[in-house]
Each structure stands twice: as C-alpha cells, then as structure tokens.
Design a protein around this ligand. Structure first.
Ligand SMILES: [Zn+2]
Length: 308
C-alpha cells in the first residue's frame, strides 16, 4: 500500500515538472551580460563629496548621470513624508516606495520594524522576472541583512567595517556572476554621529575621502573580473540621508538632501536638478536589467539617468 502511494506521488511530481517546464513564460530572462552594483554610503552629504578629495565618486558623476540635490524623507506635506532615518531610507531605496507603503518606519526597542510584504525588494522583483538571477548583499550596518531587507539575496553577509565590505565583495566578484549586488558603507555616518555631519569638519570630510577610496577599490574589483570586457555594469551610488549637528531624522535640507549617481552603458550623462527622491533607485536598477515594471507594484519613482 505504502509503495503505491510513493509511486503515485512520484507520478504527480513528474506531471508537475512537465507543467512547470511548459508553463507560459511570465518570467523574463535578464541578458546574462547585464549587472547592477548599488553602492550605498550611509549618511553622506552631497556637499561633503563636492568639498572632499573624492576622485572616484567625482569621476563616476562626471561620466554618468548625477544629482546633488535629490531627496530623502519623502515629499513634505504629503503622506509620504518619512523620517530621514536609516531604516526608513534603506527600505525606500531597496523597495522603490516611501514608508507610508513599506511601513518600516524606524527602529523600535533596538530592532527594526518589519517591512510590508506587499512591497518586496528589488531583488524579489528581479528574481520573479528571472528565477536564474543571482543577487548579493554585503553590508556594514547589520540591520540591512539582519532585518532582513533583502531576504531574497543568494549571498548575504556583513563585513567588519567598510574595509571588510570591500574585502568580501572583492572575493565574491572574483568568482561569482551576480545579476545585482548591494553594498553598504557605514563609516561616514559614524563620523557624523561622533563629531558632526558637516563638510567643514575634518573628521567628516576625511571619512568621505576614505569612503571614496573604498569606491575606487570596488570599481577595481569590478574591472578585474575575468569577463569584464564583455559585461555591462550599471553602477549606482546613493546615500540614505544627510545629517545636521550630530544626527539626522528630521526635515532640514541638510538631512533631506542626497546625491544619486548612475554610471554605465545606456546612461545619459549630465546633471539633474532638482533631483529625484530615493525611490528612483529601484526602478533604475530594474529598467537597466530589462525587468518590466508593473503598475500593480505601485512604485513611487521613475528610472534615473537611463536614456529611452
Ligand atoms: Zn543612515
């Protein structure tokens, strides 16, 4: 009796496998040579990049599309207004919606508020579109992978400091073939909280310059890939908020103003002012990868810097 049941269930599985194999393709294969790398620099004021010796970020900006006056914190005076807090902002960057939708508004008793599953991350969108896509998240701040904000990541790991993030990414890019990678640097934000978020402060400016060196190391790691000459990489650089005095969370221009850079094939170079909100990041990555953006996802932003 037991044997019959087993046989039937194998037959059932076989039928299922055939059905899956011939399922109509809602999936949309991403061209294998296309890759996105999102470099997040926490708490990095745009005016500090401009004041600093930051050749790598400045070159990415000069050769790509850039805004120095994008915004965090939602649209003031509307339900999308949100704190310029890391949790709300990174969720907005990675989901493409403001916190009135994703609901991960702030840390509560030292733990992150969970995000609404109706607004999954860009990694989820990528993998729904192409189940073979590979996604990775390498972070300094533990609550991005620890919430997790990117549960669909195939590779999720936290680095020891920003240099640790670079090391892990360098090793990963040497022998893996990711479709999309998110990395997160936190030490500019640490410098701001310790001594002040202000480009005139040597501690803050030096932290931005160190982050810029890490960006250079990251770009080297991409360029050293075996098949780099045949690959198309979109590099997105963004921060989650600025800061004022030793903090952030409020609505001041110093806290709300962010930069956003997109650099890669198909990017229309030039400056954009006024810039878009943080919600532009997810649609930018999706468009570059050829993932069709569906109206029912209710994304709040438009792709940034990509030509038609
Ligand atoms: Zn932050």
């Amino acid at each position: 009796m037991r044997r019959i049941q087993v046989t039937l269930s194998f037959a059932g599985l076989a039928v299922l496998a055939v059905l899956i194999g011939f399922a109509p393709a809602s999936a949309n294969a991403i061209e294998p040579d296309r890759h996105v790398l999102i470099i997040g620099i926490d708490g990095c004021r745009p005016d500090a990049i401009q004041a600093a010796d930051a050749p790598n970020l400045k070159k990415l900006a000069a050769d790509g599309a850039v805004t120095w006056d994008g915004f965090a914190g939602g649209v003031l005076g509307t339900p999308t207004r949100q704190n310029t807090a890391s949790l709300a902002s990174w969720n907005t960057i990675l989901r493409g919606v403001w916190a009135n939708k994703h609901r991960a508004i702030q840390m509560k008793k030292g733990k992150p508020m969970p995000a609404d599953r109706n607004y999954p991350s860009l990694f989820a969108r990528i993998k729904q579109s192409d189940p073979k896509a590979v996604c990775a998240s390498i972070c300094n701040w533990i609550w991005i992978n620890g919430q997790p904000m990117l549960p669909e990541a195939d590779y999720k790991i936290n680095g020891q400091g920003d240099a640790g993030v670079v090391d892990l990414l360098t090793k990963y890019l040497a022998d893996k073939d990711p479709t999309a990678v998110f990395i997160h640097f936190d030490e500019v934000d640490h410098a701001g909280h310790a001594n002040g978020f202000d480009p005139r402060l040597p501690t803050y400016k030096t932290a931005v310059e160190t982050a810029d060196k890490h960006v250079g190391e990251v770009l080297d790691a991409v360029k050293k890939r075996k098949n780099y000459a045949q690959e198309k990489w979109l590099i997105i650089c963004v921060t989650d908020h600025g800061g004022i005095n030793k903090g952030h969370g409020g609505d001041s221009p110093e806290e709300r103003t962010v930069f956003l850079i997109a650099n890669g094939p198909g990017v229309k170079p030039g400056g954009v002012s006024p810039g878009p909100g943080l919600v532009a990041v997810t649609p930018t990555a999706l468009k570059f990868l050829g993932v069709p953006i569906k109206p029912e996802w209710k994304l709040d932003g438009q792709p940034f810097g990509l030509g038609d």
